[in-house]
Design a protein around this ligand. Structure first.
Ligand SMILES: [Fe+2]
Length: 296
């Protein structure tokens, strides 16, 4: 009997197997359970009703097992489909994000083109901000982020009146109120791009002042996010050293004096000193690389 069950088990593992024995033998039963996939061992004498009940319940169990297996296969299939759909969704999201990102980059270029006097300003702020970040020993990823923030810091000016933005004289109160909106508008433009999440506070607060007299939120000291403090120094340095139609840019030495004078009022002096150290090193390196006049 056991041998026969073993053969059935190897050929049709799903078939229900009941062993009815007239010489009850525990060893035989254990062997059949372990090696022949036996479902029930019934020793004589047996009742017809009992046997019927056993067969019915085993059939029900087998049916349930088959249903479960079907459900499991179905579940696995749905899982695979879901994973695939999720991957497609992620790709689509990335695509939307990429196209939004390139739109923002075009805006940055358009902003530069709006005003020939400030052309190159964002690039320079980006370079100075990275110099300061390196001087503060920030990790590489943060240095790169600061470079991007520098490029985008004034993006909120894109919709503003050029006449006002480039006005040489003092702005009226209304005009100044309008210009003051640009950090907030910039933050709103970047808000939908998840990969620019870390850039927003640096843009929104780049006109805050260390003493708390800046805008838009009048944040004070270390409450101003570090990227914003860095951009503020880089931005001001470029404004000081650039020549505009209404004034000649200061020399690096003059700008250094001015930044030191404004440290702890307008700027984080840690950022200022980190920047000055690097600027002075660059000025020295440049002087050394200049060819000297021949003496004779
Ligand atoms: Fe700005």
């Amino acid at each position: 009997g056991t041998r026969f069950l073993e053969i059935v088990q190897s050929q049709f593992p799903g078939v229900i197997k009941i062993l009815i024995s007239d010489r009850p033998n525990l060893e035989e039963a254990v062997y059949a359970f372990n090696n022949a996939g036996l479902d029930r061992y019934i020793a004589k004498p047996w009742e017809v009703e009992d046997l019927k009940f056993t067969v019915t319940s085993l059939l029900r169990q087998a049916a349930m097992r088959r249903t479960n297996e079907r459900l499991l296969v179905d579940l696995q299939k749905r899982n695979t489909e879901l994973r695939e759909a999720l991957r497609e969704l992620k790709e689509a999201k990335q695509e939307v994000e990429n196209s939004y990102l390139s739109a923002i980059q075009s805006l940055a270029v358009a902003l530069e083109a709006k005003d020939r006097y400030t052309a190159g300003h964002s690039q320079r702020v980006s370079r100075f901000a990275m110099m300061i970040a390196r001087g503060l020993n920030l990790p590489g990823a943060e240095v790169r982020t600061l470079g991007q923030i520098g490029l985008l810091h004034d993006i909120g000016k894109i919709g503003m009146d050029e006449q006002v933005l480039n006005k040489p004289g003092k702005l009226s109160r209304e005009e100044f109120e309008m210009v003051k909106q640009h950090p907030v508008i910039g933050a709103q433009i970047l808000a939908p791009v998840r990969s620019l999440e870390g850039h927003i506070s640096g843009i929104k607060h780049h006109h805050e002042s260390w003493e708390g007299t800046g805008y838009p939120d009048g944040l004070k000291g270390e409450a101003i996010p570090l990227p914003a403090r860095i951009i503020c120094v880089a931005d001001s340095f470029d404004a000081m050293t650039s020549t505009r139609p209404y004034r000649i840019g200061r020399t690096v030495e003059e700008a250094i004096l001015e930044m030191r004078r404004c440290a702890m009022m307008q700027f984080d002096s840690r950022c200022v000193e980190a920047f000055i150290t690097i600027l002075q090193r660059e000025v020295k390196a440049e002087a050394l690389s200049q060819p000297r006049a021949a003496t004779g």
